[in-house]
Design a protein around this ligand. Sequence first.
Ligand code: PLP
Length: 394
Amino acid sequence: MNFNLNFNNIAESYLFAEVADRVAKYTKANPDKKVLKLGIGDVTLPLVPEVIKALHSAVDDMGKAETFKGYGPYEGYSFLRDSIRGYYKKIGVALEDNEIFVSDGAKSDLGNILDIFSENNTVLVPDPVYPVYVDTNLMAGRKVIFADANEGNGFLPMPDYSVNADIIYICSPNNPTGAAYTKEQLKEWVDYANKKNAVILYDAAYECFITDKTLARSIFEIDGAKTCAVEFCSFSKIAGFTGTRCGYTVIPNELKKDGNSANKMWLRRQSTKFNGVPYIVQKGAAAVFSDEGMKQIQQNLAYYKRNAKLIADCMDELGIWYTGGKNSPYIWLKCPDGMKSWEFFDYLLHNAQVVGTPGAGFGKNGEGYFRLTAFGSEEVTKEAVSRIKALLRK
Ligand code: PLP
């Protein structure tokens, strides 16, 4: 046998391990100091009551012969896909029933979708970036090129027609930068992809944080997207499903090349390698779209959005340059006094006992930047903000 040696091309993932290591060392040396963590991208609020009710009731279904479920449809139960279709309809996007595929989360599909694309494709990803896009392609031996995101373009790189890409990743609102494209900017990407015969893999995992009504919540709000884009979304951030696991992928029937349909290929791929998401989980996910479920979820989102505003207001007050915080749970700030990412990490940990994520861990353009998240508790966020103000105002 031979191993897939492309794995040797993937950088060791040390970012969060290194963060944990430095925090552990500091805590050991300073046991009396309370360390506040604003580094994680995981949610902290529990599932809302409507989801819990639906999960319990689905468990009961599994215990009765009349309602027991065995293998379900590969693409997800129609009760959930219909609800997702309704969610899109509310933002003016009409989808066909067969264009929605339920999954166990966006991360799996973002990696698995590559099965339907040739290994010879050139992949364009922004830098800094959610590392999954890069690593999944390197594992398959694809060539990855980067689009520079930086202060000059507000961390929102635009298409460059001199670059020939086949697969383009766009995440908006973005992790790690929190920056969100306008509809006009997305239209430029859609036009570029259609012109170049490329596909946009659009990660909408944070669409639920968009409050600005002029921004698109789905790439399919943009004219021409159905012939060039696939959209990935998740219940993780909207409904706290990071541990429950459910997401969905939208593949338009119009996405075709040389008579091959991306939608048909994906169904073929899923029916070969995937046996669906648990009925119980899908019932819980469907409750997210009920009137009461959506009301409860909006309260949780409002809680995180308030945290984001606290952090963003703090940066405004300190005169620190940042992106995000407004349509995103992430605040991506420029390290003060020209500090490097890890230097600022240590400075904040040692002097304010606040933990964030060094931007350098997301790509070369992340050097000199730092990510704070709104997913902590209100109490921790308030305390962290007041410590950051006290430290950086000096
Ligand atoms: N996409 C982005 C940009 C993310 O930040 C994350 C998780 O943090 C995911 C996808 C993963 O979502 P899921 O939990 O549905 O796998």
